[in-house]
Design a protein around this ligand. Structure first.
Ligand code: EZ4
Ligand code: CO
Length: 402
């Protein structure tokens, strides 16, 4: 089966999404997500200008060879723009292969390891009381696992606290908006939130928290220790992870489980974190980590070291990534959990899909492929709109991590 054409579709049904559609001479096509929040057009150009010309005429079944061709063949390896572009092609090719086999993708990967995929939802509020009430709402909706984020007294805005109850969207401005950060205020506040949550709801649900790269290793060790009585499922992105060995220091000080990796683009970004057992969950997901071909390698490496998967699943990952991730989650032996933020109805309409939420779990359907399609006519109605993630500064103006 030969690739005869491929195109990039940019659409903005409430937020920007980039999609590749690959066509074959047998009439089958596959789609892949190429969305990189705040840098969408760079990936679109990487695909259109540099990868698609090399795709035409190739055998659509040679997924591994095409992956290696684009990874090794670029000479310039890794990096989020390039790896997102490779991921998009890889996802589309797995979609085609599964359609050709007339199988849902999880069958092709090795079959079902579980009936459903446990997901966690996002509860947040401006204060503790509001956040506690929100967690209650998620419990009522059937969630078994809930991430809790809360405003910090004295800070006008905080990562993870949304203006819209249903749909959180951090890329909120045409140019980066500026947030303010205060580590001491945050560290004093978070344990109070989790104490209140456990006092209110007990210990029958999993609770998670995302630090969003704002601490140093020794601060993270302290926070992890302070949170130990509340038995978190995980503490996410406690520190930036360019320095993988930095996690050793956190590990020496706390038994709170650690998750990291949503911004990683390859196995080399987490090799040491995994092989030294410095983390418990790897969050690198299909769209930003080089596709299914690449994530398979990461998951197998992780399995050797008791590390489980916990794929990133924010709204800036399109329903295509969610579909592909759910097939992967349904198969992968060392599955941990899947993040799940609801897409808006406009987005769901542009990307029809067959996965569904029931009682705390997401279930994939049995449509051949990854089960997600794109309505191109509808997609064309939503024009790209530039949007940036915020930046973050300390009180004295110093640029910090967002
Ligand atoms: O801020 O995906 O765990 N989820 C997150 C996300 C990220 C966005 C950035 O594009 O940290 O909400
Ligand atoms: Co995160």
């Amino acid at each position: 089966m030969k690739i005869i054409d491929a195109k990039v579709i940019v659409t903005c049904p409430g937020r920007n999404f980039v999609t590749i559609k690959i066509m074959t001479d047998e009439g089958l096509y596959g789609i892949g997500d190429a969305t990189l929040n705040g840098r969408e057009l760079a990936v679109a150009s990487y695909l259109t200008d540099h990868l698609i010309p090399c795709l035409i005429g190739r055998d659509a079944g040679q997924i591994e060879d095409i992956w290696q061709f684009f990874y090794r063949g670029a000479y310039w390896r890794r990096g989020p723009v390039g790896m997102t572009a490779i991921a998009a092609i890889d996802m589309a090719l797995w979609d085609i292969k599964a359609k050709a086999a007339n199988m849902p993708l999880y069958q092709l990967l090795g079959g079902r390891s579980r009936t459903g995929v446990m997901v966690y939802g996002h509860a947040n509020g401006t204060g503790i009381e509001e956040t506690v009430a929100e967690v209650g709402r998620y419990i009522d909706m059937g969630y078994k696992a809930i991430r809790a984020q809360c405003g910090v007294p004295g800070l006008p805005s905080t990562y993870g606290v949304s203006k819209d109850r249903m749909f959180y969207e951090p890329a909120d401005n045409d140019l980066p908006s500026e947030n303010m950060w205060d580590t001491a205020a945050y560290m004093a506040h978070v344990p109070k939130l989790f104490e209140e949550l456990r006092d209110t709801y007990g210990y029958s649900h999993h609770l998670l928290h995302d630090v969003h790269h704002r601490l140093t290793p020794i601060e993270a060790g302290r926070l992890g220790k302070d949170l130990e009585p509340f038995r978190l499922f995980w503490l996410e992105d406690a520190v930036t992870a360019e320095l993988q060995e930095g996690f050793r220091l956190i590990r020496q000080h706390t038994t709170t489980p650690l998750a990291v990796g949503e911004v990683f683009s390859s196995i080399h970004d987490c090799h040491q974190l995994i092989s030294e057992q410095l983390i418990d969950y790897i969050r690198t997901t299909i769209v930003h980590g080089g596709g299914i071909t690449s994530l398979r390698r990461i998951a197998h490496l992780a399995e050797l070291y008791h590390v489980k998967t916990g794929f990133h699943g924010a709204t800036d990952l399109s329903p295509i990534t969610m579909g592909a991730a759910l097939h992967f989650d349904t198969w992968v032996p060392n599955f941990g959990i899947q993040e799940y933020m609801r897409h808006t109805p406009e987005t769901d309409e542009v990307f029809p899909h067959d996965y569904e939420f029931r009682d705390g779990y997401l279930y994939v359907g049995d449509t051949p492929g990854h089960g997600v399609d794109i309505n191109e006519e509808l997609a064309a109605k939503y024009e790209y709109k530039r949007a940036y993630l915020p930046v973050n500064r300390l009180r004295d103006g110093t640029m910090f991590n967002w």
